[in-house]
Design a protein around this ligand. Structure first.
Ligand code: ADP
Length: 864
């Protein structure tokens, strides 16, 4: 160390404690960076790398950004996932002995930013703190910019867990060293979130109220880690943090990252944006707070009947009150982002303009309250009660702040006349002085007869009287005192002008000082309202989401769903809401979905592009919509609450997204098979497609059997293996359905209608024809298909036997795995299948040998 200058020694010791951040070291009007920080930052920020004398070792790399424009540079670094430690001078340089004392006053990290320009209006900015024990995780999502914290428990291996977190747009992960070691590689390859280390820590007394709603020890550990990290990075108190809300698993529908993605809940798969997602469809919110709340709801559908019914009831009541709803929406438009304004007030960052926005928001509240009061129902009442209108605070802010208050707090123009007598006095003095000066020009023109005489002001010389050279002879030398000589004019002052100027400048100096301190007082005063304002903001955001549901439900003719208690799904005239929205509504073909405990699996066949995936997703989206409390796209709908939804799509489809391989598909299928319950919904789209035909078909069949026998979850399984449709005969709860298509004049026409039964043709070549493949290719394909069909009619494929162990399985697989034509033949003669069924149902232990002989005789007779 000693080889460096004292200031560099100071820098190095502070940097040692902030290895993982860029250290912005305050030097006069600049934040400087040194050594590696400087080299790296100069590249990222595209600023010049210079150097500075550092001691015996010569020059040190350096780069810097001006203090006044630092925000933009900090934004770039933070958006790239870096942290910035702001190191300020903490003593007056004039009083300092030796090097001025400096300290890090805040560490800005991707998960702790609260400045507007670093945040997305309609999205939360989450930091997550994690604790782990074996395969059990506890985690807390914290959005410092809104003060919200939510606690969760999670069981499972780390990869799906990380993916789940990333699917929620987490910006930063905080864990201990071992979590860091385990996750770092994955996170650095998969971008998006940075990871920070924070050692274990007890919950400090000053934070204990924030953990009052949580009891699981692992979650309390995650809370301790979080609070410690916030304290360390932010170095201040947090008036706006709300107690952690414990989100119990049994109260939520569980959705893994893949299912969320595949259902396009918040982001479309292809365009990777909000457009085309369920969130996009449902978002008719008027406020940024409502938009964020909506996203939270879409990401976490409920599993609590009363809460769902409560929301549905309010949606219904709001649909019934068009005019009240419209007026309410109008008022909601004038509500600013109160949650983030409150965070800024708590931080001591709120600008005068922020407080004016708070006041304007509060002025809308009485009307919103009055409107919600006119709506029936407990939920409406409950929201009404939470909406204290804070009239007294609104009045106070109205009396204190100018309508057009600025963003800067040091430039004046903030405090309104009448708020503070002393300030008004100074303002009057300044105003009078200025008026006097304004009238001086006329007076002096008259007194001297100089028509071109002017009064002017500049920062160095203050006020002056300017006379052009040609008029100098008319200057009254006794009264005018020469101040400045220009090329073609002279500038003068008079004793009265000097006196007025003194009064004005003194008053203005006092005004800006006083305005500044009055503003700080006003802002401090608002702090005491934080809890009430947060409750108000929460109620407004919920109302905004529910009114959005009502507006969208009315616009697209959705209906209130009935929550089934016995697992029945009866959807009549159901639609896929997003597909319907993006196409001409006339063209969408509605479909029914019927499932119950005796019919809990649909095996869906039909040509490519017929609408199989759309039909399956339709059910999942309808469930999600119901479980977030929205009406659903159907003529009528009864469906149970699902505890989880799993969706797996075959590798062939997924490759379009450049994502998956057959292995990933199998891992994900495994996740569904091991986690689903009989209350879950499973969508398996073309499973087995990513491998060879018989492999794929065998896997598909065994997966279907497993779900049918063991899990009994409601399942939609689409497949292009028509051979699997024979399973209907042996699996009592499985029903074949197919999406119809017809050939008209040799062309394939999709009807998009889902009907019980199985498709008897796969129409692959017709789809190829629609895609306008060269005619020669189509002709040749038809010939090849013909010859395959003839071959298979004559000789069954020997490979079938390899996947069948017992005699019975050989027979079954022959029945199920033969070619399309063969299965058609079987369909015409179902007696063999009946014989197998009967054989299965025989209980040999209860039979005499004679009975057995009789049964065999009878069965043989059936086969003749
Ligand atoms: P598949 O899974 O059978 O290959 P998709 O479900 O992907 O087919 O549907 C293909 C396209 O057909 C969709 O993008 C949509 O435009 C259209 N489609 C699907 N279902 C319907 C429907 N019920 N009504 C109208 N168009 C539909």
């Amino acid at each position: 160390m000693s080889q460096y200058t004292p200031m560099m020694q100071q820098y190095l010791s502070i940097k040692a404690a902030h290895q993982d951040a860029f250290l912005f070291f305050r030097l006069g009007d600049f934040y400087e960076m040194f050594f590696e920080d400087a080299v790296k930052a100069s590249q990222i920020l595209e600023i010049t790398l210079t150097s500075r004398e550092g001691g015996q070792n010569g020059r040190i790399p350096m780069c810097g950004v001006p203090y006044h424009s630092s925000a933009g540079y900090i934004k770039v670094l933070v958006e790239n996932g870096y942290k910035v430690a702001i190191c300020e001078q903490v003593e007056d340089p004039k009083q300092a002995v030796g090097v001025v004392r400096r300290e890090v006053v805040q560490i800005i990290t991707p998960g702790t930013v609260i400045d507007d320009h670093l945040l997305q209006d309609r999205e939360n900015n989450y930091l997550v703190s994690i604790d782990k024990q074996g395969d059990s995780y506890a985690y807390i999502l914290c959005d410092l910019s809104t003060g919200e914290m939510k606690g969760y428990l999670y069981e499972g291996s780390h990869l799906p867990f990380i993916q789940l977190l990333l699917s929620q747009g987490i910006k930063e992960i905080v864990g201990d060293q071992s979590l860091h070691n385990e996750w770092y590689d994955y996170l650095s390859q998969n971008g998006q979130a940075s990871i920070s280390i924070q050692s274990d820590s007890e919950i400090e007394g000053k934070f204990s109220h924030l953990a009052e709603n949580i009891t699981p020890p692992l979650l309390l550990k995650a809370a301790g880690r979080l609070f410690q990290y916030l304290s360390f990075t932010q170095k201040r108190s947090f008036h706006h943090l709300k107690a952690v809300e414990y989100q119990q698993n049994e109260k939520r529908m569980k959705l893994d990252a893949f299912s969320k993605r595949n259902l396009e809940l918040t982001e479309s798969i292809r365009a990777k944006g909000k457009k085309g997602s369920l969130l996009w469809l449902l978002d008719a919110t008027m406020t940024a707070m409502g938009a964020r709340k909506l996203k939270q709801w879409v990401e976490e559908p409920l599993f609590v009947k009363e809460t769902i019914e409560k929301r549905l009831q309010l949606v219904e009541n709001l649909i019934g009150e068009f005019f009240i709803r419209e007026e309410m929406k109008e008022q909601l438009k004038s509500v600013y982002d109160m949650e983030r304004l409150i965070a800024k007030i708590s931080y001591g960052n709120a600008s005068p303009r922020d407080l004016v926005q708070l006041r304007r928001s509060l002025q809308s509240v009485p009307v919103i309250r009055e409107k919600i009061n006119q709506i029936d129902g407990d939920y409406a009442r409950n929201l009404y009660e939470k909406m204290t209108d804070h009239g007294e605070l609104a009045d106070f802010l109205a009396s204190a702040l100018c309508e057009e208050a600025p963003i800067q707090i040091k430039d004046g123009g903030i405090i309104k006349k009448g708020f503070n007598a002393k300030l008004d006095e100074y303002k009057d003095a300044s105003m009078n002085g200025k008026e006097w000066i304004a009238s001086l020009e006329q007076q002096e023109k008259a007194a001297t007869g100089i028509k071109s005489l002017k009064i002017g002001f500049n920062k160095i010389f203050g006020y002056f009287i300017e006379v052009t050279r040609s008029n100098l002879s008319m200057v009254p030398e006794d009264r005018y005192e020469r101040k400045q000589t220009l090329a073609n004019a002279e500038r003068y002052v008079t004793p009265e002008l000097k006196e007025k100027e003194r009064i004005i400048l003194e008053a203005e100096d006092k005004i800006s000082g006083l305005e500044y301190s009055l503003f700080l007082e006003v802002r401090e005063h608002v702090k005491q309202y934080i809890p009430g304002l947060q409750q108000l903001a929460a109620a407004i955001s919920e109302l905004d989401v529910v009114q959005s549901f009502a507006s969208i439900s009315e616009q697209y003719h959705y209906v209130r769903p009935v929550i089934s208690e016995n697992g029945n799904v009866n959807i009549v005239g159901g639609r896929h809401p997003v597909v319907e929205k993006v196409m001409d509504a006339q063209e969408y073909v509605p479909n029914d979905i019927h499932l119950n405990n005796e019919r809990n699996m649909l095996l869906i066949t039909g040509p490519n592009m017929a609408g199989k995936s759309t039909y399956m997703r339709q059910l999942a989206l309808t469930s999600v919509m119901m479980q977030i409390g929205c009406f659903v796209p159907a003529e009528s709908a009864e469906l149970p609450m699902f505890d989880q939804i799993f969706t797996r799509i075959g590798a062939a489809d997924d490759l379009v997204g450049g994502q998956s391989t057959f292995m990933v598909e199998m891992l994900e299928t495994n996740f569904a098979l091991t986690s689903a319950t009989e209350n879950s919904l499973i969508l398996l789209d073309e499973i087995g497609r990513g491998t060879s035909t018989y492999d794929g078909m065998a896997l598909a069949q065994s997966i279907i059997e497993f779900i049918h026998e063991k899990i009994k979850a409601k399942t939609l399984f689409s497949t292009h293996y028509h051979e699997l449709t024979v399973l209907e005969k042996t699996l009592p709860s499985l029903q074949n359905v197919f999406v119809s298509a017809v050939e008209e004049n040799g062309r394939l026409v999709f009807l998009h209608k889902v009907i019980d039964g199985q498709a008897d043709k796969s129409f692959g070549i017709q789809v190829a024809e629609l895609a306008e493949l060269p005619e020669a290719v189509i002709r040749r394909a038809k010939t090849i298909l013909n010859s395959y069909e003839n071959q298979q009619r004559n000789e069954p494929d020997p490979s079938i036997k390899e996947i069948s162990a017992t005699e019975e399985e050989v027979m079954e697989s022959q029945l199920s795995l033969f070619s399309e034509n063969h299965s058609q033949k079987i369909r015409k003669e179902p007696k063999e299948v009946d014989v197998i069924k009967e054989l299965r149902s025989i209980n040999l232990l209860e039979m005499t040998p004679m009975d057995a002989m009789n049964v065999i005789y009878k069965l043989q007779g059936k086969l003749k």
